[in-house]
Design a protein around this ligand. Structure first.
Ligand code: SF4
Length: 713
């Protein structure tokens, strides 16, 4: 159950990977592993989000703990270019000396920090505080920028709140219609599918995806509708749905009058997108667009339905108009009166395990703990008081991740970078450029559990504890704060990032304020968040252990948490949600005569993010050992190639050779590549650095592509 998080035997914790944060029980096996620490077995545990289920990644997650190349000692790169093991004191002294030197030479923004959405809340908080207080740098951001930034920006603008799903996941079961825009959750978070059984049984699941993905397949046999728009035209699909809802007067008038503003401007922006015009751009038949708009409207409570949900995923968010697309999705939900009402709603499906908590507690360039704004004088004063520093000493906002990576090693950019829990050499867009920028640094420090592709470029490599070796909290895709618990000791010389930050802070002249115990960090985080948008002040490790997980805000020790947010109004200046106009624009990298196809990148069931963890699990690697280019038989015929033969993919950013995987389950004008692989198979050799101007989200899903049969060696 969601309560108390204890298991009859073994340790009750949660999966190390995605934001579903499935509950697990870890039990030591007698005998132990080669490193002397116990080997663990994994079982699914009953919990609202996974109801006992796990996916293949979760079942095998304990194998990551004992990866043969697990890092157990700090390493320093010598004058000969080789990494060599050194003592912790030597490594930390080296880092502190060089960080001080860079700052003295080039100012406080000489050092930048790049965090990860898999770090616990405590680590995210400590890293943000370390950057702003100890380094005095404004330059911090995290890989969650590649994941949730468009949805977060749109949610804040329209609703005044970014909490992932503002309702508990099991609520979905009662809906008559769920519109799932650009998520392949059946592959990325399979236990989620059980929450869609109800809506499927009523024929109400709508999936948009240019591929016939595992999730699109859930709509078969009368369970719903699959729309396969041209990549880059999701906003046109939504504009057409908005058009139909407005033109056919399917809106919830009472709700709009009481709880929203901006209807007329939105009406004007959707007026030109009647379904037939939209069809010519997005390729979805006009009758389908009308059908889906009516399905959603009929499911909405104002028209007597059981309820409807609009959910967005990376498929529609990872574009240079990602914020506009999510804004249109929210507009649609608002027109139908779905948001802030039990049994209906809008929400984005967070990807990374703690993508949500990471930005709530300070990893994002413009945010302070408690989801406070770094530009707001009151927010700065509150956090500065908790940190015991002068608010004037806190740096201002930094820059989004892609921009930050592009500044590294340039004459006016940072000369040192600390990477913590991320592998941007595989996961960032345009990875050739990222490698180039990392190589131009004077100092690259990487904290990781394994020698990831980014870690292998480090000047100093610091081995850290992970997941089942540590205490902490994570915040899942529903804004539910959960406990992560230690089930084994870390191997050899690995240390928690909290300990490393404490040691570095002390060497840099800040001897207090960085406890190494996660519960103490959480208590400070709770104080820093008090009164903020993400208020954790009523929580502690002890309370979460006693009472079980809780949805924020939890503004006091007696507050029961907030499973349903927005019911009593929107946290905007006037308490109303904002209907915002949206405009479709051509992609940053439009198709050309020499690049006539769409490249979309995405995920596979057996791998997670950059693959640094899952490629080290033998059964997962064996299932999906290498990258491939999925394409339609019509395209394969045109190229004169068979399934499994190599093709050459070329974009403005680069080129690579991979085998073709030929399937009818994709649009003939589109090629799909998974992005989990490094080196020559890295899909992000092909993606560009253009970003959404509002959120900094890269356009991973919209790249113009040329495909050729690969020349034989
Ligand atoms: Fe659950 Fe996600 Fe872990 Fe799979 S990867 S077990 S869906 S948390």
């Amino acid at each position: 159950s969601a309560s108390a998080g204890t298991a009859p035997s073994g340790t009750a914790t949660h999966c190390p990977y995605c934001a579903l944060q499935c509950a697990q029980t870890l039990t030591p096996v007698a005998g132990g592993g080669a490193d002397g620490a116990p080997v663990l077995t994994v079982e699914g545990r009953d919990f609202p989000t996974n109801q006992g289920g796990l996916c293949r990644k979760g079942w095998t997650s304990a194998e990551v703990l004992t990866a043969p190349d697990r890092l157990t000692a700090p390493q320093l790169r010598g004058a000969d270019g080789e990494l060599r093991e050194v003592s912790w004191d030597a490594a930390l002294d080296h880092v502190a000396t060089h960080l001080r030197e860079q700052r003295e030479r080039r100012g406080s923004d000489a050092v930048a920090v790049f965090g990860g959405g898999g770090l616990t809340n405590e680590k995210a908080y400590a890293l943000g505080k370390f950057t702003r207080v100890v380094l005095g740098s404004r330059l911090i951001d995290y890989n969650g920028r590649f994941c949730m930034s468009a949805a977060a920006t749109a949610s804040n603008r329209s609703l005044g709140l970014d909490r992932g799903l503002p309702f508990p996941l099991p609520d979905l079961a009662g809906a008559d219609c769920v519109l799932l825009l650009g998520s392949n959750l059946a592959a990325t978070m399979p236990p989620f599918v059980q929450h869609l059984e109800g809506v499927r049984s009523r024929g109400g699941l709508v999936v948009t995806d240019p591929r016939g993905s595992a999730t699109a397949a859930l709509t078969a046999e009368g369970a719903g509708v699959h729309l396969a728009p041209v990549p880059g035209t999701d906003l046109v699909v939504l504009l057409a749905l908005l058009h139909v809802v407005l033109a056919e007067d399917l809106v919830d008038h009472e709700y709009l009058a009481a709880r929203t503003t901006g209807l007329e401007a939105l009406r004007a922006s959707a007026a030109a997108w009647w379904p037939e015009r939209a069809e010519a751009v997005c390729g979805v038949p006009a009758r389908r667009l009308r059908q889906v708009a009516r399905m959603l409207a009929d499911a909405s409570p104002s028209r007597g339905g059981r309820g409807a949900y609009v959910l967005t995923g990376r498929g529609v968010e990872q574009s240079t108009q990602g914020t506009a697309t999510v804004t249109a999705a929210i507009d649609l939900a608002l027109l139908l009166g779905l948001v802030g009402r039990r049994g209906s709603g809008y929400g984005p499906l967070t990807g990374q395990g703690n993508g949500q908590g990471g930005r709530e507690h300070g990893l994002k360039a413009d945010q302070l703990p408690g989801y406070r704004k770094i530009t707001d004088p009151e927010d700065r004063a509150h956090v500065a008081a908790v940190w015991g520093v002068d608010p004037e000493s806190l740096p201002g906002p930094g820059v989004p991740a892609v921009e930050l990576l592009g500044m590294l090693g340039r004459p006016v950019g940072p000369s040192a970078l600390i990477v913590c829990g991320a592998n941007p050499v595989v996961s960032a867009p345009d990875v050739s450029r990222v490698r180039e920028r990392l190589a131009a640094l004077d100092l690259l420090v990487v904290m990781d559990t394994v020698p990831s592709e980014t870690a292998l470029l480090a000047d100093v490599l610091l081995p850290v504890t992970q997941w089942a070796e540590e205490e902490g909290t994570m915040t899942n895709l529903e804004g539910r704060v959960i406990r992560r618990r230690r089930a084994r000791e870390a191997p050899g010389g690995a240390r928690s990032e909290l300990w490393i930050l404490r040691e570095l802070a002390a060497r840099l002249g800040v001897p207090t304020g960085f406890p190494a115990e996660a519960s103490a960090v959480f208590d400070e985080l709770a104080r820093a968040s008090a009164g903020g948008r993400a208020d954790y002040s009523g929580l502690s490790h002890e309370r979460l252990d006693r009472e079980g997980s809780m949805h924020w805000p939890v503004p006091g020790p007696d507050h029961p948490g907030t499973p349903h947010a927005l019911l009593d109004g929107f946290p905007t200046a006037d308490g109303r949600a904002r209907l915002l106009p949206v405009t479709h624009e051509d992609p940053a990298d439009p198709l050309r005569a020499d690049a006539p196809l769409h490249l979309v990148t995405g995920r596979l069931l057996e791998q997670y993010q950059s693959g640094a963890q899952t490629r080290r699990v033998p059964s997962l690697l064996a299932a999906r050992p290498a990258a491939f280019a999925q394409m339609h038989p019509l395209l394969a015929d045109l190229l004169g190639i068979e399934d499994g033969e190599e093709v050459l993919l070329r974009t403005r950013s680069g080129e690579l050779r991979v085998p073709a995987e030929v399937t009818e389950e994709i649009r003939p004008d589109t090629v799909f590549m998974p992005f989990h692989y490094p080196g020559e198979g890295s899909a992000n050799l092909l993606t560009g650095s253009a970003t959404d101007p509002l959120s900094g989200m890269p356009g991973f899903k919209v790249t113009a592509l040329e495909v050729l049969p690969a020349p034989r060696p």
